[in-house]
Write a protein that binds this ligand. Structure first.
Ligand code: BGC
Length: 742
């Protein structure tokens, strides 16, 4: 907290007269009381100010004055951080601050500004340690505040239902429990810095192709047991100030006027007190949107012909016609103010100032070091010890590491070292982080000769590989917002790996990808490291893992399918076609996503959910599973049975004796995980966790309840979804409880 802010804050509360006339300044009142008191003092125009947000001031200047008055345009121009995503003007008369909104989950993204980029959210989900995204959230929020923002458009939590979705890298994997905990970690970190965070994109926004026109059909049962469950866990564990509704239609209704999702589920059943903000250009009506749950139209003007549905003139007309009540407008305004009070953003305003980029880069590097996943390491080829020469090939590994594209793409401190990679088409820019794996590996292995070949000339790469002790091939897969991809690597990358592997049996592949890829060369290379998009110090993290300075400890938050033929959907509707086609997808697989799908179908994945190797070995022991009055508790101890210190992850799944009889979508579900740093030859402290009962239940739409069917269930302990050697049987009683939160 800045000293100047403390003075301001104390000034608010130290004057009893002021606190009486403006009770929302009284910090002894609850956030709800303060929000209600402020709204009670507002004119209708002030309330309308809160519900309509803007994007770029210059685009705004071109709008008609009766839609956005000249005075408002001037306020936006004077106060918005130029190049930032969104801005809602202040109400100075009542000391209500402006809402300065910045993208996104990986760091502060402002056009023309350089900031610190975390590894992709999918990467940090691989840490299986919520304190990793939490530390990242604290860091990016501190940068955001020092850039003048108080609202972060972060917290992506859509499940990786479609492995080819371009935004999987912004999300947190395929499992509701893991995704919920990791998204909550990030949001908690952000909001601990007195900033409002979103949780997005609500909900079932699981492909990017035709995202503005796609209609998704999915049953309520399946939704509650998959995508909504991830959001529900994230929401409960982090209390996000805002929830961003999604672009697509869900069961025939736009995400931002979807009564079932916004009104019934989020607000009524879950008791959400914050506000629903629209994704940019995702609003399609005035009265329907307001009455079915949208609280703030954000990002005007945007996205071509989107209309100003919540502009004061338009909204007032709907009130005058009786289509929207004043009570609803008050509710919208109260919800928007609530998180400003509950997070401390109101009492401790953001203020631009110098940023400690060096310390922040160290946070990003640690996040990568905790997250990169060693997929394969035959014959303990890694870590590289005593090697005299290393051939580094492809992926611009001499310059940096790849990042994902779109609204989460942070321009890194130090700039993009590969500007020529940018094809200048959305989701441009294609950004590389200025962290060269080659330079970093030279530092880690000072005695080795490290050489580079771009990989463009396969023969040259092969010659270099032949003359080196080991070869490291870097492969890249660019993914981004507004696009989906294929699982095959682009260009000649597969041929390059195969040729290098044939030339040098000690070939290591490092993958920089948005999500899963196919690996036709998997069996011909001894070692594979999945680096995802590893952030601003990603090259350093890769080098420290390759050299053994850091023991890898990431585990896959998604399954890697072995073949396109194993996907739930052969095609993505509208893939690779111009935007605007009205397309439809039915999620017949329901909640059977990722490892659940492969289990049901009997497909063996290329690499299973939860898989991840270490330079040491672990054993899970002292396993416990007890049921007390229907409530399941689990626990275990992790032992390091190898020779070096390392972090291991205990994973606990539950499998009904007969999953179909239990009504489950799949044979097993992840119910708990726990990561520990353990010294060789020792054991970590025993841990115990209560299992959330929804992870054992089915959602019953008829009476809006959760239900567990009595029977025998196996509690499975291990270190990956395909490595669960210990099973403890439990008996659960019949249980049923309301899906409405207390
Ligand atoms: C994205 C959101 C983002 C918003 C503002 C949209 O295109 O879907 O995630 O927060 O733009 O930039």
């Amino acid at each position: 907290m800045k000293p100047i802010t403390i003075v301001t804050m104390l000034a608010f509360v130290s004057s009893p007269a002021l606190a009486q006339s403006q009770p929302w300044l009284d910090t002894s009142k609850s956030p709800e009381e303060r929000a209600k008191a402020a709204v009670a003092a507002m004119t209708i125009d002030e309330k309308l100010t809160l519900i309509f947000g803007f994007t770029d001031a210059d685009d705004l200047a071109k709008q008609a004055d009766d839609i956005v008055p000249a005075a408002v345009k001037a306020v936006v121009k004077a106060n918005q951080v130029p190049g930032s995503s969104g801005f809602v003007p202040a109400i100075p008369r009542l000391k209500i601050p402006a809402q300065a909104q910045t993208d996104a989950s990986l760091g502060v993204r402002v056009e023309g500004m350089q900031r610190t980029a975390l590894p992709s959210s999918l990467a940090t989900a691989a840490s299986f340690d919520p304190t990793v995204p939490e530390a990242g959230g604290r860091m990016i929020a501190s940068e955001a505040r020092l850039t003048g923002f108080n609202t972060f458009l972060a917290g992506g939590a859509n499940l990786a239902r479609e492995p080819r979705s371009g935004r999987n890298f912004e999300y947190v994997g395929e499992d509701p429990w893991l995704a919920g905990k990791m998204a909550a970690g990030l949001i908690n970190g952000i909001q601990s810095q007195h900033m409002v965070s979103t949780l997005k994109h609500f909900a079932v926004n699981d492909q990017e192709s035709q995202r503005h026109s796609l209609d998704v059909t999915i049953s309520p049962e399946a939704m509650h047991q998959s995508d909504l469950l991830a959001f529900e866990f994230a929401y409960e564990q982090s209390s996000p100030g805002s929830v961003m509704c999604s672009y697509n239609l869900i069961n025939g209704r736009w995400g931002c006027e979807n009564e079932y999702l916004l009104q019934k589920t989020l607000k009524q059943d879950w008791g959400y007190k914050g506000y629903v903000m629209a994704d940019w250009g995702a609003v399609h009506s005035t009265a329907d949107a307001a009455n079915y749950g949208l609280d703030q139209f954000t990002g005007f003007p945007c996205c071509g012909d989107r209309k100003p549905w919540f502009a004061p003139k338009v909204f007032k007309a709907a009130i005058d016609k009786g289509e929207i009540s004043m009570t609803r407008l008050d509710d919208m305004a109260t919800r928007i103010l609530w998180p400003l009070f509950s997070t401390g953003a109101f009492d401790d305003p953001a203020k631009a100032g110098p940023i400690d980029f060096r310390s922040n880069a160290a946070v990003a590097q640690k996040a990568a070091e905790d997250s990169l996943v060693l997929l394969k390491n035959d014959g303990n080829l890694l870590p590289l010890v005593g090697v005299k020469s290393v051939a580094m090939i492809g992926g611009h590994a001499d310059k940096g590491v790849l990042a994902g594209g779109g609204s989460s793409a942070v321009m890194p401190v130090g700039g993009n070292p590969v500007p020529e990679a940018d094809p200048k088409v959305w989701p441009d820019p294609v950004i590389y982080m200025p962290s060269s794996p080659m330079a970093a590996l030279k530092t880690e292995l000072p005695k080795a000769k490290v050489s580079y070949s771009s990989g463009n000339d396969i023969a040259a790469a092969v010659a270099l590989a032949k003359s080196s002790d080991v070869a490291i091939v870097f492969v890249t897969q660019f993914m981004g917002e507004g696009m989906d991809s294929t699982l095959e690597l682009k260009g000649d990358q597969d041929a390059l790996v195969a040729a290098v592997a044939a030339a040098n049996p000690k070939t290591i592949v490092v993958i920089e990808s948005g999500g899963a890829i196919l690996m036709p060369w998997k069996d011909s290379v001894p070692a594979i490291l999945e680096a995802f998009y590893p952030g601003i110090r990603g090259g350093h993290a890769i080098a420290r893992i390759l050299s053994g300075k850091v023991n890898p400890s990431g585990h896959l938050p998604i399954s890697f399918p072995a073949s396109d033929a194993h996907l739930a959907h052969a095609d993505i509707p509208g893939f690779d076609q111009p935007d605007g086609k009205a397309v439809h997808v039915t999620y017949d697989e329901g909640a059977t996503i990722g490892y659940k799908w492969y289990d049901v179908k009997g497909f063996k994945p290329l690499f299973a959910f939860g898989h991840g190797l270490s330079y040491t070995t672990f054993a899970v022991s002292d396993t416990k599973a007890t049921v007390d009055n229907g409530a399941l508790s689990v626990g275990a101890t992790l032992r390091n049975t190898g020779k070096v210190p390392g972090k291991g992850v205990v994973q606990i799944y539950v499998a009904p004796d007969d999953y179909k009889a239990a009504g489950w979508e799949a044979p097993k579900r992840l119910v708990a995980f726990h990561k520990d740093l353990v010294a060789p030859g020792s054991a970590a402290a025993a841990f115990a966790q209560k299992v959330d009962p929804r992870l054992l239940a089915t959602y019953e739409v008829a009476d809006n309840s959760w239900r567990v069917k009595a029977g025998t269930y196996h509690v499975l302990f291990g270190q990956a979804s395909d490595d669960l050697p210990i099973s403890v049987d439990i008996t659960l009683p019949d249980m049923i409880w309301s899906a409405v939160h207390n």
